[in-house]
Design a protein around this ligand. Structure first.
Ligand SMILES: Nc1ncnc2c1ncn2[C@@H]1O[C@H](COP(=O)(O)OP(=O)(O)O)[C@@H](O)[C@H]1O
Ligand SMILES: [Mg+2]
Length: 158
């Protein structure tokens, strides 16, 4: 949990405009927890972050930037993504977008992104796998991992 907090907060602090973070992992692995820590680093009260399962999408404002938190768990069809407004938010200059159950994006998956996969290790331990697509995204994660403490269980692939 400590490692997840460090990485998520550092990612929030260093987040750039247009960043899209795709969160993968079973129910209860810590995707929403990650978003709370990220929000804290970004400068938004983490207590405001609710699981958006029923609303699909929540938008938080921070100055002239927006943090968009989506949870696609309840989405049945790929084409419904269009109606959530999510495609418009992704890659927009003023937004940072975090998406739980991002595998449901299908063809709406943006070309450039940071993909995080959380897996159960035990009740309190998780394995975090990181993948980046795009130059800016790769450099961003390199910077984040320079600062954030990383456990040996955290793998990194490109
Ligand atoms: N190392 C860890 N990383 C993330 N969550 C953890 C960890 N250890 C325990 N937890 C707990 O697991 C739960 C994860 O819930 P949540 O973030 O809502 O998951 P998800 O959004 O993936 O369904 C929380 O209750 C959290 O306190
Ligand atoms: Mg969740």
């Amino acid at each position: 949990m400590e490692n997840l907090r460090n990485i998520a907060q550092e990612m929030g602090r260093k987040a750039f405009q247009g960043l899209v973070v795709l969160l993968h992992g079973e129910l209860g692995t810590g995707k929403t927890t990650f978003v709370r820590f990220f929000a804290e680093g970004f400068g938004i009260d983490p207590k405001l972050i609710r699981s958006p399962s029923f609303n699909i999408i929540f938008v938080y404002r921070k100055g002239d930037m927006e943090l968009v938190h989506a949870d696609l768990y309840r989405l049945n069809e790929e084409k419904e993504i269009f109606h959530t407004g999510l495609p418009e938010y992704m890659g927009r200059d003023s937004t940072v977008v975090l998406i739980e159950w991002a595998e449901k994006l299908g063809r709406y998956t943006p070309e450039n992104h940071v993909k995080l996969r959380l897996e159960f290790e035990s009740e309190y331990e998780r394995t975090l796998m990181i993948e980046t697509k795009g130059n800016k995204e790769r450099k961003y994660m390199e910077k984040v991992l320079e600062v954030a403490c990383i456990g040996e269980k955290i793998g990194e692939t490109q």
